[in-house]
Design a protein around this ligand. Structure first.
Ligand code: BGC
Length: 741
């Protein structure tokens, strides 16, 4: 580090720079680096993907995962990690990711991605954590804490409302204020406020018509003003449309390099007076501060073996056992047949910018063989390209017929799931479904193991299969993790971070995805994922939060205060196991539209057979708030809240009530306010009473029966019904006085 950088603050350094140097500093040097200022000791910082491993390219550079990168541990992608419901584990992964980034001289790791899974078709769902903002926010914050504990910055992305790949660089996500705040921004807010990420990456898309990269409301008013973000905002790669507008809106760093073209635009904008130089100074200062923050540690190394072992442990915690009639866990003596090419050629990550070069790769077939005491025959059943043949099907059926249990690996072919485009259906390939039919005919004791980055439809075979294991994409050690779960070395403790619908058409966003002509309307509003399925009472294959263990749990003694929920959980089975205790909250009779229940807390607990433990789960007041569009603020409604606690959003075991004191909401009263709204304010109600009392027969208007009819009538309109002896402006003055008092 240069001498000056140690003695001068970032703003002092920026004060020494020319206008041209400042402009240059706020765009990349190349594809992955910021620019240095050698004479002032400002280093260049490397920013690279992310999120589930370090993708450090040393040859060709691209953001589509095309050119290679140096080997790094491929941890379970977000689709799997979300199902861990485990912030401590996520933080552990973050620490390992940060450690690898540091050892590879990477200053900022581009992740985590915490966009909401609005539709199972989103091509990048494998990079996102959940359909629920609390879960995404809690795990995202834990990842950021872990990464940054190593002196490496995180980049929380893609801010915001980037919930599809179709037309992602132009599409306007047209979202109403409540879902925008309560669903799409809430996770970001939590990560920013709980973990102070060094950087936030703006998304490509527009939000209600304005590009995220030049959205002042988003990048400055909300992110910095409301949430107190103190770090740097970086563009997604190529997201800047108008550089001067972006800088003015709060975008500090354009990536990748623009060859000086857009730097010149900034210089011209300052010279012409259309861009205030102090805005440029602030952005340049943040770039200098970022460079000073990233630890430069040439001696750092990471332990490849230890991280591979960690990747296996983590992956095992993410596997979701969807159903099981007792066929699982397998015993080492069970004569198993393994079927399906995915068992030998694993799908363990998605395609695009997050695709990294693993340090090694475990196949489930080898790992199952390692844990089995018998010979394990294998038949591929289908080819990697998705095709099959009568010969492959016959061989697979024959292999399955001779075994006690057939374990069939099915999944989504790699070429169907990627950054850059969305899926068009959620079906498994027809060839694989034919294979499953053939295997089931030969041996009904069949276990299905799935590898997929986005949800697949299971309803065609759920009733015919004794056990289904949802393996998602589990990273480089996923093969071993699947073997651990199949044999019960690890109790399955993953729970669904997204609903598995019966049919794609049941998904709440179905009719509004992916939009057309540059717009996608988020027509389902707040009712995303389980919020929508529950509101409509739609049957699903497996609900949000679902996942089985090899043991069973009982819930009792629920109680709640405004700060905490307590419940006793008992392991009622014969094995040690892990339960994810989930707290859902609803507000019966709420004055605003609400989903039937929303996740407000969770905890993962491991219990020995027969062990009972009181689990205490904190409730945050801010999580109970809804976004009140009358005042543009978060508001906690007062009243009785119902707290339901259970093993999934549809397996609620115990409940209790808690009275929550509400926030005082000062809604301005005007002549356009309804009589009902005026009466809700005691002082204003008195004004109204006096007004009516003065008019002939007016007091009848306060009769409850009349009021029921008149409550929705705007006050100003009432004035036109008679002579109240008062003018409109006098009424407004009285209302103002009442509101102040
Ligand atoms: C992706 C980002 C990624 C960036 C750099 C973009 O295409 O949307 O997630 O971090 O490329 O590779």
């Amino acid at each position: 580090m240069g001498e000056s950088a140690t003695t001068r603050s970032p703003s002092e350094i920026v004060a020494e720079l020319t206008l041209e140097e400042k402009a240059a500093l706020t765009s990349g040097r190349d594809f992955w680096h910021t620019k240095p200022v050698d004479r002032l000791g400002v280093r260049s910082t490397m920013l690279t993907d992310g999120p589930h491993g370090v993708r450090k390219q040393t040859g060709g550079s691209d953001h589509l995962g095309l050119s290679g990168s140096v080997p790094a541990t491929c941890f379970p992608p977000a689709v799997a990690l979300g199902c861990s419901f485990d912030p401590a584990l996520s933080e552990r992964v973050g620490r390992a990711l940060g450690g690898e980034a540091r050892a590879l001289q990477v200053g900022v790791l581009l992740g985590p991605g915490i966009n909401i899974k609005r539709s199972p078709l989103c091509g990048r769902n494998f990079e996102y954590l959940s359909e629920d903002p609390l879960l995404a926010g809690v795990l995202g914050a834990a990842l950021v804490r872990g990464i940054q504990s190593q002196g490496v910055g995180a980049s929380v992305k893609h801010f915001a409302a980037n919930n599809q790949e179709t037309d992602r660089m132009r599409v306007s996500a047209d979202v109403d204020p409540r879902p925008l705040r309560e669903i799409y921004l809430r996770g970001f807010q939590r990560v920013v406020q709980d973990a102070q990420p060094w950087t936030v990456m703006c998304s490509y898309n527009r939000i209600n018509g304005v590009y995220a990269s030049q959205n002042r409301w988003l990048l400055t008013d909300v992110l910095r003003g409301e949430w107190g973000f103190a770090g740097l905002v970086v563009s997604d790669w190529g997201a800047v449309v108008d550089r001067a507008a972006a800088l003015a809106a709060g975008l500090d760093l354009e990536m990748p390099a623009s060859g000086g073209r857009t730097d010149r635009q900034i210089v011209a904008a300052v010279r012409s007076g259309t861009l205030d130089e102090s805005v440029l100074d602030a952005a340049a200062t943040r770039v200098v501060a970022l460079a000073a923050r990233a630890v430069d540690d040439p001696a750092a190394r990471f332990d490849v073996d230890a991280h591979h072992a960690l990747a296996r442990r983590v992956a095992a915690e993410c596997v979701v056992l969807l159903q099981n009639d007792g066929t699982l866990p397998l015993s080492p003596d069970t004569r198993i047949a393994v079927i399906g090419d995915l068992a030998q050629s694993p799908r363990y990550q998605g395609a695009g910018s997050s695709r990294i070069e693993p340090t090694r790769l475990d196949a489930a077939l080898d790992e199952i063989r390692a844990l089995s005491a018998t010979d394990v025959p294998f038949a591929p059943g289908y080819l990697a390209d998705g095709s099959t043949s009568d010969a492959l099907l016959t061989a697979a059926a024959g292999t399955a017929a001779d075994a006690d249990v057939a374990v069939v690996f099915l999944g989504v072919p790699a070429e169907l799931e990627s950054e850059g485009f969305d899926r068009t259906d959620i079906d498994l390939p027809a060839s694989q479904l034919r294979l499953l039919d053939a295997v089931l005919a030969a041996n009904p004791r069949t276990v299905v193991v799935l590898s997929n980055g986005g949800v697949v439809a299971l309803s065609g075979f759920t009733a015919r299969v004794p056990a289904i294991v949802e393996g998602w994409l589990l990273g480089q050690a996923g093969g071993g993790a699947l073997a651990d779960v199949l044999f019960g070395t690890v109790d399955p403790s993953g729970r669904l971070a997204e609903t598995i619908p019966l049919r794609l058409a049941d998904v709440p966003s179905y009719t509004d995805f992916p939009g057309e002509h540059g717009h996608v309307r988020y027509g389902e509003g707040l009712f995303v994922g389980y919020r929508g399925f529950d509101a409509r009472g739609t049957d699903v294959s497996f609900p949000f939060g679902h996942g089985l263990s090899y043991t069973s749990f009982a819930y009792s003694d629920a109680s709640a205060t405004a700060e905490e929920v307590a419940v006793t959980v008992t392991n009622t089975g014969g094995r040690a196991g892990t339960e994810v205790v989930q707290v859902y909250v609803s507000v019966p009779g709420s004055a605003v539209t609400r989903p039937p229940r929303e996740l407000k807390g969770f905890a993962k607990v491991r219990l020995e057979p027969g062990e009972a433990r009181q689990v205490r789960i904190p409730l945050r007041r801010s999580d109970l708030a809804y976004w009140d569009t009358r005042v543009d603020e978060w508001v906690v409604e007062g009243g009785r809240y119902v707290v339901e606690i259970g093993a999934s959003s549809r397996d609620l075991r115990v409940r209790c009530d808690v009275d929550i004191a509400g926030d005082a909401v000062r809604v301005p009263l005007t002549l356009d306010s309804s009589i009902g709204e005026v009466l809700a304010n005691p002082a204003a109600a008195e004004v109204l009473g006096r007004m009516f009392a003065q008019s002939a027969g007016g007091s009848a208007a306060l009769d409850p029966a009349v009021l029921a009819m008149a409550a929705s009538m705007p006050l100003g309109r009432v004035l036109s019904f008679g002579d109240f002896g008062i003018e409109a402006d006098q009424v407004q003055a009285l209302l103002d006085a009442a509101a102040d008092g």
